[in-house]
Structure formats: structure tokens, C-alpha cells
Design a protein around this ligand. Structure first.
Ligand code: NAG
Ligand code: NAG
Length: 254
């Protein structure tokens, strides 16, 4: 739990301006496959999870591009904070005004420290994600006006998850705080704490991920009993667990 608590501590600055942590108008996500909610579906890359068995436990039971059997931590965070039920990918061409105003993910599987990085090309590097963020800001301004767009962005909860580095912070604090946010790795935590369950649900659990975890790969019976869904990516259950811990700590601090 120590690592988790460290992550929580980083959330406290959010409240320093007297605001409730539950009042985030939007959530904006950057990073890799742990927070890619489907951007890679629209890229010419092999790093995709838009096929069965991915998404089999998602509310729609449909593959969305998330590298898990269901929701990701950022989806749970969005719903537990009362923002919305899940976070859409920015690259999706049919985003509604509502989705844009309440936040999107710019993340792309294969980016940064992601375990898949070396094998892959044509994903969105962090620099491209920042470019997309700029175009997001422009679209937001057109929808709600410049002043409101600035308010939303300044108060949004921003999460960056790239391999060994997971960051959650208020955008407002980014310039001064960036250097301090060097924290926590879900997989490491899970491996340390719960080593009995490290084998993934898809196939052997040791090898299959992305293009080689397919509809033809044998699956475990119940992915809720596994911390990993494929050989690299946590199951929905693991993401939910992490988010519950996070929320508990957030509530303790309110
Ligand atoms: C902050 O959130 C708590 C828990 O949801 C709520 O009880 C409280 O009224 C909120 N405070 C403000 C100032 O919004
Ligand atoms: C799957 O496993 C979870 C956790 O052990 C359990 O709560 C759930 O009932 C199981 N689901 C099925 C369909 O067996």
C-alpha cells in the first residue's frame, strides 16, 4: 500500500486552492496502453486492442481499444469522481460536445516506457499527444468560449501514465510540480504484492498481448480472478482495485 499512498499524497495540492477534489470539470489523460481508451484504433499501427477478447467485460461487451477486459483506471476514476462513466479517445472522429467538455484521453498504447514500445511504430509519442491537446483546447474554445475553456483546462484532473511513471495532478500545478511526480508502477506493485496471480488471463498469460491475444487464443474462465488480462496489461479488476484505493485516500483527505 505504501506506493499507492505515495500516489495519493500527490493529490493533496489539488485542494490547496480550497476546492473540493470532487469538483473536477474534466479529466485529461496522456500516456500509454494503461490509459489508451481507443486512440490506436484510428492509427496505422499493429498495437491495437480492438478485437476480442479485449473489452469482453466492458459495459457494451465490445472491444473498444482498451488493453483490458473492461474499463481502465481512468474510466473508474472518472465515474467515481462523478465526471462521467468512461473516457473517450480524442482521435475518435465522432466525439460529442459533451465528451469534449468533460475530457478525453490522448494516450496511445506503445508510447513511452510501455513494454510494447520496442516492437512497435506509428503510435502517438508524448509530443504528438501534446499537439493533440493544443488542438483539443482550440476545439473547446469554439464550443464554450475562451474564458470557460481556460477554466475547464486549469481545473481539469490530468493523469499521465507511461510505463514506470504514473502521474495524477491538477493541470494548474503542472509547471511547478512536474519534477516531483515520479512514482508508481501498477505492475510492479501487483507483482510484489500478489505474485500468486501474475499469470494473465489471455492464453498462457506470459506471452500474449495486443495482436497475439486474439479471438482464437484460449481464455481463462473468469478474468476477475486475474490481475492481468494479457501478459502485460492489468485486468479490469486490478484497475478497479487500484482506483478504489485511490478514491479511499481521496475521501480520507476531504
Ligand atoms: C466536497 O465533497 C464532499 C463529499 O462529496 C461534500 O460532502 C462537500 O459538501 C463538498 N464540499 C464542497 C465545498 O463542495
Ligand atoms: C468471477 O470471480 C469473482 C472473484 O472471485 C467472483 O466474485 C465472481 O462471482 C466470478 N464470476 C463468475 C461468473 O464465476
Amino acid at each position: 500500500m505504501f506506493h499507492l499512498c505515495y500516489l495519493f499524497l500527490l493529490l493533496s495540492p489539488v485542494k490547496s486552492n480550497g476546492e473540493n477534489i470532487t469538483t473536477f470539470p474534466a479529466i485529461l489523460i496522456f500516456g500509454d496502453s494503461t490509459v489508451d481508451t481507443g486512440n490506436n484504433n484510428y492509427l496505422t499501427t499493429a498495437v491495437k486492442a480492438n478485437h476480442y477478447p479485449y473489452g469482453k467485460d466492458f459495459p457494451t461487451h465490445f472491444p473498444t481499444g482498451r488493453f483490458s477486459n473492461g474499463k481502465l483506471s481512468v474510466d473508474f476514476l472518472a465515474s467515481m469522481l462523478g465526471v462521467k462513466e468512461s473516457i473517450p479517445p480524442f482521435v475518435y472522429p465522432g466525439l460529442s460536445t459533451y465528451e469534449l467538455v468533460t475530457g478525453v484521453s490522448f494516450a496511445s498504447a506503445g508510447t513511452g516506457y510501455d513494454t510494447l514500445t520496442t516492437a512497435m511504430t506509428r503510435v502517438l509519442p508524448m509530443s504528438k499527444q501534446v499537439e493533440y491537446f493544443k488542438s483539443y483546447s482550440e476545439r473547446l474554445k469554439k464550443i464554450v468560449g475562451e474564458k470557460e475553456a481556460r477554466r475547464i483546462i486549469n481545473r481539469a484532473l490530468v493523469a499521465v501514465s507511461a510505463g514506470t511513471n504514473d502521474f495524477i495532478f491538477n493541470f494548474y500545478d503542472v509547471p511547478t510540480r512536474r519534477a516531483e511526480f515520479n512514482i508508481y508502477n501498477y505492475q510492479e506493485f501487483i507483482l510484489e504484492r500478489l505474485h500468486d496471480f501474475v499469470k494473465g488471463c489471455c492464453g498462457t498469460g506470459l506471452l500474449e498481448a495486443g495482436p497475439i491475444c486474439t479471438p482464437l487464443t484460449p481464455l481463462c474462465q473468469n478474468s476477475s480472478e486475474y490481475l492481468f488480462f494479457d501478459s502485460i496489461h492489468p485486468s479490469e479488476k486490478a484497475y478497479h482495485y487500484v482506483t478504489e484505493c485511490l478514491m479511499k485516500e481521496i475521501n480520507d483527505r476531504l
